[in-house]
Design a protein around this ligand. Structure first.
Ligand code: C2R
Length: 165
């Protein structure tokens, strides 16, 4: 088991989610924030998943990103066992196109929130994690401002190219 812990842990239900979830790690890396990838499943490794969620805060984790597909109970079960913020990524599978994952993650009962991003949108999960971390970190805050400026400039350039007249 990987015991190395960063501010952000990116958990996923299976290695088949890795291609989608790895994007969150790449985005965090671009902001110079390290993260730890874990395969944890509420269904297949319930005891390890609960052990992780129960002890995450004490180990220094600040935000948990959790992605899963299908009957995607992982983000909600992690949220049930920690008071840390949990960001859920619905991963799309071949059948049902991710709608099952989305509904499994987003429809949490009152009192146990999972901040759910769009289907397969691990980028937004990372950006939201960075926004949470930026509350206590000026360096991340200024990088987020730069990122928004970059997106603005990119969009303005596309607008200008569309019809230069
Ligand atoms: N939804 C969950 C959970 C869970 O919620 O605990 N554990 C695995 N899975 C999901 O099962 C899908 C298929 O997994 P396999 O490809 O390993 O059969 C994956 O998208 C995974 O997230």
């Amino acid at each position: 088991m990987n015991e190395q812990i960063s501010d952000v842990v990116i958990a996923m239900g299976s290695d088949s989610d890795l291609e989608i979830m790895k994007v969150a790690k790449d985005v965090l890396e671009a902001f110079e924030v390290s993260s730890t990838l874990r395969i944890l499943s509420a269904h297949r490794t319930p005891f390890e998943m609960l052990d992780f969620a129960t002890n995450a805060r004490a180990k220094g984790v600040k935000v948990i990103i959790a992605g899963a597909g299908g009957a995607a109970h992982l983000p909600g079960m992690i949220a049930a066992a920690t008071t840390l913020p949990v960001i859920g990524v619905p991963v799309s599978l071949r059948r049902l196109d991710g709608l099952d994952s989305l509904l499994s993650i987003v429809q949490m009962p009152r009192g146990v929130p999972v901040a759910t991003v769009a289907i397969d949108n691990a980028t937004n999960a990372a950006i939201l994690a960075l926004r949470i971390l930026s509350i206590g970190d000026k360096k991340i805050e200024s990088k987020l401002i730069e990122y928004a400026q970059f997106n603005r400039q990119t969009s303005l350039a596309k607008d200008a190219q569309l019809d230069p007249n």
